[in-house]
Design a protein around this ligand. Sequence first.
Ligand SMILES: NC(=O)c1ccc[n+]([C@@H]2O[C@H](COP(=O)([O-])OP(=O)(O)OC[C@H]3O[C@@H](n4cnc5c(N)ncnc54)[C@H](O)[C@@H]3O)[C@@H](O)[C@H]2O)c1
Length: 257
Amino acid sequence: MQFDNQVAIITGSGRGIGRSLALEMARAGAKVIINDLDEEVANLVVEEIKKDGGEALAVIGSVAERETAEQLVKKAVQQYGTVNILVNNAAVTRPAMIDKMTDEQWDLVVDVGMKGVFNCIRAVAPIFKERGKQNPDALSNGKIINITSVAGLTGSIGQINYSAAKAGVVGMTMSTAREWGKYRIQSNAVAFGIVETRMTEIIRTEKFEDVYKNKIVLNRFALTDDVVPGIMFLSSPGANYITGHVLNISGGYHIGV
Ligand SMILES: NC(=O)c1ccc[n+]([C@@H]2O[C@H](COP(=O)([O-])OP(=O)(O)OC[C@H]3O[C@@H](n4cnc5c(N)ncnc54)[C@H](O)[C@@H]3O)[C@@H](O)[C@H]2O)c1
């Protein structure tokens, strides 16, 4: 897959899946906007991409803030002229059982994982819709890939906040697909099961590892390399006729053993 002349915004790309995706997209020719709360890791990813001969810039801030989302688009346009691909990847977890969950845990997870996605979709609207109006016959005038989770499809014990945010992401994916289909903008989601990143360190312990692996049809956790190609495919011209789809990349976690 080649992404020459494509400009991609990837939120939460200082670490984990977002970072791996950013490196791969840049290797494939995309100019990448790296976003993270954490300035140090975001700058490291930019450095790594540049060392590899690619192009990238960092925009630091929380996607839960409308201004950050607008900055992402503004910087992309200033530096690279446009935005073609938006990958809404940033999210956090704050697990607790329902009766123990605090307002702060609920608000943070929903603000970042759900409102953050809305903020970024709204921020690309002027660019994507205008391109759609100018090029009504083009096969694609913009691609949105929202990262969701099996937790958003089936629920997850101790994660009512995260499940709600991730189910909301699926709803936003479908609403965007319907609202912007006439502009030839594709909106899809990718649902992961358990990927080996910082986010899942808490369950990848000796005590829990086998319990979770035994719920996965393929009986192993994903590496970031297992999940990145699916996101790239949905970002590519090969997906020009796919919209409103949730692609499970979960080793069968979504169907259960
Ligand atoms: N790891 C998994 O097993 C798994 C499973 C299902 C879905 N997902 C989803 O995949 C995506 C990436 O997760 P990951 O495992 O790479 O997580 P991660 O924690 O390794 O990386 C997430 C990055 O997002 C950044 N971030 C956090 N809050 C932010 C904010 N408000 N604004 C901008 N950046 C912010 C973090 O600093 C971090 O660098 C998330 O949407 C997550 O919900 C992950």
